[in-house]
Design a protein around this ligand. Structure first.
Ligand SMILES: [Zn+2]
Length: 490
């Protein structure tokens, strides 16, 4: 036999040529899942050059051969809405009323986060994502460049980055919900400049592409937003924005644009519902508004766990795709939803769709898989590069170990039960190998080149300090969690 048969403990993380043999392949190519039983996938450098039956596969011509028996090979998962930098606050804000989440629960804790904490949190969040099969992250945050540099580039993940642009003046203290936010033109323009600089800096980078990141319609003026749309057209780039996030936003929009105005109506009246918009959440929209968004080719990023945990609502992704819209899934931030695990998000999306529609056929496992892969890539406008296993596409490939107590048995006749098992039985720990842009990042469940233990220790130390420092303010803020601590529940 070939002496290069892959030994999972050997560190081969340079981009070379790999052949994955004897695994079941979910290619996501075409209208369905494009399943190939006991097939082969080959890639050289960063590009896939074979996907098909094992019989026609000249796998001996590759430098490394990865045995895939009892495994699934599939495209890496795509997280379409991701704020990694608050991951050190995981567990800090959930099970509270929506109105308390921002100001009383997460706010007092977030004040203690330093720039280094945001980076450390991002590193934990990105590693958690890769470990559970995510290969592309649509990162949306302020100072995204340091997150790209010290987190994504460090670990080799693919990133679609948006620098947050927020025009609200920093002196907004104790505003009543109906008091209009004051805008600071200079601040907004400065943040737009920071965002634009990234387009030049990362032009031609294989792993990084950029979007514009206006935070939300209530947080930027229409003037600035028009400029952003104009620039996005020139750059042929997309705009990653939170859209129709709920009560607080709705009140601001009504106060500013008149009673009856909604985020979607204002965007529509200003020709801002178009193919360039990636709209996160959209749970505060009517059916008619969603239809309008679909008709105008707006893409949706749906964060099911986050919206359920923070708002007690279901993000309407199932509706959106049933109307013919393009959508992907995302994890938002760790505090609240609790994780950056896209396998769990696929399952959650399916369960919530079934419950809200009282219909067990809603969002079946094959649709959840499309949301997590090819449709997520389409929502980010990168589906020509990634999202499915096809010759010529980038080698972003994950393998899933099906030989686990929670995954077996699986059969292929009369149908492939590994498809439902992947969505409904997996928890993310089954991801065995991860390749991003042809480079191996995870081997047999272990990271190559990353001292995960050290990072975990640092995260633990820093979180203890952050929560300790914030404890007085957190108590004074008085969220529901404070009384839960007093009653011995937390
Ligand atoms: Zn968000």
């Amino acid at each position: 036999m070939n002496e290069n048969i892959f030994n999972s403990q050997i560190v081969y993380n340079l981009r070379m040529s790999y052949a994955i043999i004897n695994s079941h392949i979910i290619t996501m190519d075409g209208e369905n899942l494009g399943i190939i039983e006991n097939g082969g996938v080959g890639f050289r450098d960063n590009t896939i050059d074979y996907v098909g039956p094992i019989s026609g596969f000249d796998y001996q011509s590759y430098e490394f051969i990865v045995e895939g028996k009892n495994q699934i090979s599939m495209p890496g998962l795509i997280n379409t809405h991701f704020h990694s930098s608050s991951t050190l606050l995981r567990g800090g804000a959930q099970d509270v009323p929506e109105i308390e989440w921002m100001n009383k629960a997460i706010g007092p804790l977030a004040q203690s986060l330093t720039t280094e904490d945001r980076i450390l949190g991002s590193q934990i969040g990105v590693l958690e994502g890769i470990r559970s099969g995510t290969t592309t992250f649509a990162e949306n945050t302020r100072d995204v460049d340091s997150i790209i540099d010290k987190s994504h580039l460090k670990f080799g993940s693919r990133v679609v980055a948006a620098e947050t642009i927020n025009e609200i003046s920093s002196n907004r203290v104790n505003l009543h919900p109906r008091d209009l936010y004051e805008y600071d033109k200079e601040k907004g323009e400065g943040e737009l400049k920071t965002c634009e600089a990234l387009f030049n800096k990362y032009q031609g980078n294989e792993l990084i592409s950029c979007m514009y990141g206006p935070q939300a319609l209530d947080m930027v003026s229409l003037d600035l937003l028009s400029t952003i749309y104009e620039r996005a057209r020139e750059q042929e780039a997309m705009i990653h924005m939170h859209v129709a996030q709920g009560g607080r936003e709705r009140i601001q929009i009504e106060e500013r644009y008149g009673s009856g105005a909604s985020t979607v109506s204002v965007l529509n009246n200003n020709n801002m519902l178009n193919k360039r918009l990636l709209a996160a959440h959209i749970h505060d929209t009517t059916n008619e508004e969603r239809k309008l968004m679909v008709q105008n080719d707006v893409k949706m990023a749906s964060c099911q766990s986050s919206i359920a945990m923070i708002d007690g609502l279901v993000s309407p992704v199932s509706d959106y795709i049933n109307m013919g819209g393009i959508a992907g899934l995302g994890t938002d931030q760790a505090p609240g939803p609790g994780n950056h695990n896209m396998i769990r998000e696929m399952r959650t999306a399916s369960l919530l769709a079934k419950v809200t529609s009282k219909d067990p056929t809603a969002l079946p496992c094959w649709e959840a898989l499309r949301l997590g892969t090819i449709n997520g890539a389409a929502a980010l406008g990168i589906d020509k590069e990634v999202g499915s296993l096809q010759i010529g596409k980038k080698a972003d490939i994950i393998m899933i170990d099906m030989n686990r107590l929670n995954m077996i048995p699986f059969v292929t006749k009369p149908f492939r039960t590994f498809v439902p098992n992947l969505v409904y039985s997996a928890n993310g720990s089954e991801v065995s190998n991860v390749f991003i842009n042809g480079k191996q990042i995870l081997s047999d469940g272990q990271f190559l080149d990353v001292d995960v233990e050290k990072l975990k220790e640092e995260a633990l130390d820093r979180a203890n300090i952050i929560f300790q420092q914030a404890s007085e303010e957190w108590r004074i803020a008085g969220s529901k969690l404070v009384s839960m601590v007093e009653n011995g529940f937390l």
